[in-house]
Design a protein around this ligand. Structure first.
Ligand code: HEM
Length: 496
């Protein structure tokens, strides 16, 4: 049958050329009975949903994760239990601070949110393109982001606020060095890495676990923009990165990443130089080499950006058996914050939206009703857990998993409790890894000099000389030549 337009309830939509009016005297009065006009205006005014408070601007794509190497010795995760096993994936790559309409080539950390639709439920990897973060105490997160966003009076991005926050919270200088290196302006999302940053746990069926950090590395090589290129592209094509990814996939030029883990035994964590719950630190590869587990291929563009990408909700708390959060306080806070954000942004039944719905069977009859519930709402099933009238098993009973090896776990948990008071102290140790990063940048000709200019163009806008000098002092704690180079480049611009 030939298709024709209808209203949302199905009534044929007559035509779009005239609204129903009482005409006379050269004008026309609208009628309440013109449902077509009222519906179209009312729906238009409600088309927008709140944009994400951070990570608003993004590209998205679908693809597959495939296991390439056996890792059943460190995790019981079903999607990882067989070489060659493939899991469908949704990926959303974002900038962090600026709004949805901003230029995606602007200098920023880039978010990497991945939903793996595994056969034991969804797993979200909500990562960044940097292996460390600005803070290690989650209570600072809203202040951090407000300082990167707009001034409450001028409504302008404000470098005074930005550097004021970071001088007051110098644990972020490791991440700042990443941000103001070339890595802060990727030339393409296909040529970019991503990192869990946080320590996670890979668990096995006997209840034992390893600590892991996850690395996703492009097979295409890293490519970055200079500040001149990123500024020019920001003006000429503010959607440059989205377009690059979309067109590459459209042309069958599918980007591929390898996925690795660094693996640490809990006993090693207790003796390690760096606190493994401190997200301003990495585990150097010479201490914990990368172990390959899989590969990721992005091979399908969204059919509809709003339903596939904008309505997607990712959370570090969306986990599957075999992967668990560590005691990193920032990660712990994130486990709460993302579902909370999704309930606000998308509504309480956001898990039912097609892009968020698990492909594995879901049976959650104790979570029902609520606004915009569009499932069958579990019909007549009991709405409380453990009914004897309609008995339902738990995962352990179905899978035959025994009690955990609790003795070692308990001892380790005591250690975990003791080491979690590290957040507010800054010591010289906090500058050791940034110094190592500075030396790595030095191996690439011109990169260190570009960092001077990248910081200077931003820091020059700070009015307070005291604040600018506090920034130079902190960069000097990483490396005297870094502090001096930033100072020289910045002050030259200030006095020009
Ligand atoms: C205390 C620390 C943090 C808090 C409270 C926090 C909170 C949030 C919130 C509220 C959103 C918006 C979610 C939405 O509206 O759907 C978000 C998005 C995001 N965050 Fe965080 N965040 C934190 C740290 C981090 C870290 C350390 C990473 C990376 C390792 C990260 C990666 C992301 C990504 C990739 C997104 C975008 C998700 C998407 O594409 O929908 N965040 N975060």
């Amino acid at each position: 049958m030939e298709r024709y337009y209808t209203l949302a309830e199905g009534c044929p939509y007559a035509s779009n050329s005239t609204s129903v009016q009482v005409r006379g005297g050269g004008g026309g009065l609208g009628l309440l009975q013109d449902t077509q006009l009222i519906e179209t205006l009312a729906h238009f005014a409600r088309e927008r949903i709140p944009e994400r408070v951070v990570h608003a601007k993004a590209a998205g794509a679908y693809g597959d994760f495939t296991v390439t190497n056996d890792c059943s010795d460190i995790t019981s995760a079903s999607f990882l239990n067989q070489v060659g096993k493939t899991t469908p994936v949704l990926l959303r790559i974002s900038t962090v601070g600026p709004e949805a309409g901003s230029a995606d080539t602007a200098r920023d950390v880039h978010g990497w949110a991945m939903k793996l639709y595994t056969d034991e439920g969804n797993l979200d990897w909500v990562f960044n393109n940097t292996p460390v973060f600005f803070i290690r105490d989650p209570i600072k997160f809203p202040s951090l982001n407000r300082s990167h966003k707009r001034n409450p009076q001028t409504h302008l991005p404000d470098p005074n606020m930005f550097w004021d926050f970071h001088v007051g919270n110098p644990e972020g200088f490791h991440e700042l060095l990443h941000l103001f290196s070339d890595r802060g302006t990727p030339a393409s999302l296909r040529h970019m890495n991503a990192y869990s940053g946080h320590t996670y746990k890979f668990t096995t069926k006997d209840g034992s676990f390893k600590y892991v950090k996850i690395h996703i590395k492009t097979t295409l090589g890293i490519r970055n923009l200079t500040k001149e290129e990123s500024t020019q592209l920001g003006g000429e094509n503010p959607d440059f990165l989205i377009q690059d990814l979309f067109e590459a996939i459209e042309q069958g030029n599918y980007p591929v990443w390898n996925v690795y883990v660094q693996v640490m035994d809990p006993s090693q964590a207790e003796k390690y130089r760096w606190n493994i719950f401190d997200m301003t630190k990495v585990w150097p590869h010479e201490d914990f080499p990368l172990r390959k587990i899989g590969k990721l291929t992005m091979n399908r563009n969204p059919q509809n950006y709003f339903t596939d990408i904008e309505q997607a909700a990712f959370s570090p708390s969306t986990l599957v058996p075999g992967i668990a959060p560590s005691a990193d306080p920032v990660l712990q806070a994130r486990l709460f914050s993302y579902p909370d954000a999704a309930r606000y942004r998308l509504g309480v039944n956001y898990q039912q939206l097609p892009t968020n719905a698990a492909k594995a069977p879901v049976y959650c009859p104790f979570q029902r009703d609520g606004l915009m519930n569009f499932s069958n709402n579990y019909g007549a099933d009991p709405n409380y857990v453990g009914s004897s009238l309609q008995p339902t098993k738990f995962y352990q009973e179905v899978k035959g998993i025994g009690p955990s090896a609790l003795s070692t776990l308990t001892e380790h948990e005591q250690w975990v409790g003791q080491v979690c008071s590290f957040q507010s102290h800054i010591t010289d140790e906090d500058f050791v890894q940034p110094t190592a990063l500075w030396e790595v940048l030095g191996k690439e000709p011109g990169h260190q000099e570009r960092v001077f200019g990248n910081v200077a163009i931003h820091l020059r806008q700070v009015k307070s000389s005291r604040l600018r000098h506090a920034v130079y002092d902190l960069f000097s704690r990483i490396a005297p030549d870094l502090g001096a180079g930033v100072q020289k480049a910045t002050e030259a611009l200030v006095s020009s």
